[in-house]
Design a protein around this ligand. Structure first.
Ligand SMILES: Nc1nc2c(c(=O)[nH]1)N[C@H]1C(S)=C(S)[C@@H](COP(=O)(O)O)O[C@H]1N2
Ligand SMILES: [Mo]
Length: 399
């Protein structure tokens, strides 16, 4: 511990030039209070973004002990909407924060103690991780997949690195505050005094003006992109790359039938739906259409940042499973006609499989399901990420 806090020798003063000069950054906005305030807001947006990201990850890859409920139906849409909104709002906050604190890069002396050096080093993964997460997240909602790595895996692991670095950063800052003003009531009183010191006189933007500008930027970005998720904001949706109401049958398409190479098999009159359980059976398309139909109003909520409501029609999954004698506690797998692709099958846990809203839909918005939306049949279940709403289903298997 001593070693960590022992004063290190000063570097020679002749090296103190350019941005290292005293007073090289005159703006009164390079101010610890502005930095602390922005840091607090970033803590909130990053915290919410991280937690909602975890929800999305564990909904797509649930550990064996976790069974997500099918209700409330809007839960995934809300968490994913918050994830994208807080991520986007973080962009102006992070830029403002980096601008406010960048003179600290040229702090003199560059390192005072070993502990100070460590604190400065944790800034590297924090800044690099933050920029990487925001940039890849934006590329993902813009459906721009030029990078060579697999988005979801990398975005997930870099999130842990970034949050780890953020916690270390906050711990280091708190230690410094405590060392400077002391703890206890006297320390807190001194801190409050310092924070309420009047703003220094000077030209240029005031702290207040800066705060309003950054807050407005964050708000405007959020409002003009949240329309992709929140139907009430659709008319303000200027920045969202997708319009949730444009596409065949008024719904966007994630992967077309052509891209999935199912054009021929999906239209083949020899199509059969096979339900595998203790009493396995097979249905032709006409028999599937003759099965008792129900209607569900449910959204598709894509991790790529859009959600769209639709009215689906088709047999309830649970009725098909009952007919095959599948016990109510069983997990089932739905399989697509698609031969290759990461999303060709998905597992449906008992609470989703048994929910009355879960359908093997054959109809959408008052017509037959479009080929691009999964004709002849697709899974649609409440509170479930879009990637798990498997299209072109031809088999349902008890696992
Ligand atoms: N077989 C199959 N089903 C799939 C996909 C896919 O690539 N293959 N994409 C999924 C994704 S990521 C989403 S968001 C939804 C989108 O459904 P839509 O294209 O009907 O809007 O379908 C899901 N079902
Ligand atoms: Mo998706």
């Amino acid at each position: 511990m001593r070693l960590l806090t022992r004063r290190l020798p000063h570097p020679p003063a002749v090296l103190r030039r350019g941005p290292l000069r005293e007073g090289a950054f005159p703006s009164r906005l390079h101010d610890p209070r502005v930095a602390a305030l922005l840091g607090m807001w970033l803590g909130v947006t990053f915290g919410v973004c991280f937690l909602t990201g975890l929800v999305s990850h564990f909904m797509q890859h649930p550990p064996s002990w976790l069974e997500w409920p099918a209700r409330p139906t809007w839960f995934y849409r809300a968490t994913q909407g918050l994830h994208v909104a807080t991520g986007l709002a973080s962009v102006p906050l992070l830029l403002a924060k980096l601008w406010t604190v960048y003179p600290r890069l040229w702090e003199w002396p560059p390192v005072r103690t070993a502990a100070h050096a460590l604190e400065r080093l944790t800034i590297v993964p924090l800044i690099a991780g933050s920029i990487f997460q925001l940039a890849t997240g934006i590329a993902n909602i813009a459906q721009w997949y030029r990078f060579r790595f697999f988005f979801t895996v990398t975005h997930y692991w870099v999130a842990w690195i970034t949050i780890g670095a953020l916690l270390m950063h906050i711990a280091a800052k708190l230690a410094i505050v405590r060392a400077n003003v002391g703890s206890g009531r006297a320390g807190r009183a001194e801190l409050t005094d310092r924070l309420s010191e009047p703003e220094p006189e000077g030209a240029g933007l005031s702290r207040r003006g800066f705060g309003i500008a950054v807050g407005t930027a964050a708000g405007v970005i959020t409002l003009t992109s949240a329309g992709q998720f929140a139907p009430g904001l659709a008319s303000l949706d200027l920045l969202g790359p997708r319009r949730p109401d444009i596409g065949p049958q008024g719904l966007p398409v994630n992967r077309t039938a052509v891209a999935a190479r199912v054009l021929t098999v999906a239209r083949d009159p020899g199509y059969r739906l096979e339900v595998v359980g203790p009493r396995r059976f097979v249905l032709t398309l006409d028999e599937l259409r003759a099965f008792e139909h129900h209607t569900s109003k449910l959204p598709i909520t894509c991790v790529e940042g859009w959600a769209a409501d639709a009215t689906w029609r088709g047999p309830r999954l649970r009725d098909l499973l009952d007919a095959a004698g599948v016990p109510s506690g069983a997990t089932v797998r739905v399989e697509s006609l698609e031969a290759r692709g990461g999303y060709r099958t998905s597992e449906v846990n008992p609470s989703h499989a048994r929910d009355p809203l879960t359908l093997l839909a054959t109809g959408l918005n008052g017509a037959d399901l479009d080929l691009d939306h999964g004709f002849p049949a697709r899974l649609i279940a409440p509170n479930r990420p879009g990637v798990l709403q498997t299209k072109w289903v031809h088999r349902v298997v008890m696992v």
